[in-house]
Design a protein around this ligand. Structure first.
Ligand code: ATP
Length: 365
């Protein structure tokens, strides 16, 4: 399957409303596991439905390799069933009058696959997704999570070249969700299927994707590997959306007392090319604490703080420190060596500092 390319794609449901998707340019490579990630209403589902051919574009075009499949300008629209893409949506629309086995078999039957082959495929995917024991039941006799697995099985049975998945794991409990993620990742590795996966769950995107496209208010914020997105967020929105607990942002606009003169001097020395930095982002796991300034490595950024709270999370701890009236959260994997109320220095290496300009765009390399 060649790459899927979206060029200047626009979608507005209503002429008077703001665009659900604006000027979206995105390339989804063959065999990629692409996650469309962003908060509710950012345009993920709309994008997926346009790729599927379930929603008309209001501008731009979509191509598969050299073949344009959707473009108003060129008067092209390839209908959904001719796009070679399998779809699973949050509302999984199983046939209520068919058993689980018949539901799983549905796509194969439609494609007139020989009976023996159909049986083999159906048994295989039902086993893989752990729904064999429900084969004679009807959808109404299954839980939401079980129905979701049937929907996945039905789609996997026909072995499509591209899978379009819209929050397909949203109804599963935590354990099953994890198992299904592993299963999806394995299926992706095994079959080399191109997958486009919509989620608002950053953890899900980080664990599954080979590439993540972060969206906000209908616009693409950044495309990159999970590491790119996490380690080099393109702007403040991406930095704050990805990571849990979220990144700490220290506003250092003029007159703000949170950053001391010494630290300001430090920033000038370490980032001489960057004079326009307006805010500073620090991930919780990159912040260290020292009881005295003499324990802080000379090349570290440091500020005085006091420990406001220590929250055990089972196996790790979240520590809340206050710098003036500003809260920072950090995480540690060893029992904390500090106590609540203690004066400390928080410090970090310049390698872990994210600087943003007054337009919230990333400044550091
Ligand atoms: P969620 O995670 O909540 O599903 P999303 O990121 O998938 O959100 P979309 O469903 O693509 O977002 O919606 C993008 C925007 O388009 C939203 O403002 C939404 O209200 C609007 N929208 C979506 N579908 C329609 C529709 N059929 N008619 C009018 N507006 C719509």
């Amino acid at each position: 399957m060649p790459n899927i390319t979206l060029k200047h794609v626009n979608k507005s449901y209503d002429k008077n409303a703001t665009n659900a998707v604006s000027d979206l340019n995105l390339e989804i490579g063959d065999g990629e596991f692409m996650c469309l990630l962003g908060p509710s209403g950012c345009g993920k589902t709309t994008t997926l439905r346009m790729i599927a051919g379930l929603e008309n574009l209001t501008g731009g075009e979509i191509a598969v390799g050299d073949r344009v499949i959707d473009s108003i300008g060129k008067g092209v629209f390839v209908p959904p069933e001719q796009r070679g893409m399998g779809l699973v949506f949050q509302s999984y629309a199983l046939w209520p009058h068919l058993t689980i086995e018949k539901n799983t078999d549905f796509g194969l039957r439609l494609r007139k696959v020989p009976k023996a082959e159909r049986e083999e495929r159906v048994n295989l995917v039902m086993k893989k997704l752990g729904i064999e024991q429900y084969r004679d039941r009807y959808p109404s006799q299954l839980s939401g999570g079980q129905q979701q697995r049937v929907a996945l099985a039905r789609m996997l049975a026909v072995n499509p070249e591209v899978l379009l998945l819209d929050e397909p794991l949203s109804n599963l409990d935590a354990r099953l969700r994890l198992e299904m993620r592993t299963e999806l990742k394995r299926i992706h590795g095994e079959f080399g299927t191109t997958i486009v996966f919509v989620t608002h769950d950053q953890w899900e995107a980080m664990t599954l994707a080979t590439s993540i496209a972060v969206m906000h208010d209908g616009t693409l914020q950044q495309v990159g590997t999970p590491n790119d997105i996490y380690d080099r967020p393109a702007n403040r929105f991406v930095a704050e959306f990805v990571g849990s607990p979220p990144i700490n942002i220290i506003d250092q606009s003029p007159g703000n007392s949170r950053i001391t003169d010494a630290s300001r001097q430090y920033l000038k020395e370490y980032f001489p090319a960057i004079s326009g930095a307006d805010s500073l982002g620090l991930r919780p796991e990159n912040i260290k604490l020292a009881s005295q300034i003499s324990d802080v490595p000379a090349d570290h950024f440091a500020e005085e703080a006091f420990v406001a709270a220590i929250l055990p999370t089972g196996g790790s701890w979240i520590i809340e420190v206050m710098v003036d009236d500003h809260k920072l959260f950090l995480t540690v994997n060893e029992p904390p060596q500090v106590s609540v109320g203690q004066q400390v220095w928080f410090h970090t290496s310049p390698a872990f500092m994210h600087l943003f300009d007054s337009d919230d765009q990333r400044l550091t390399a």
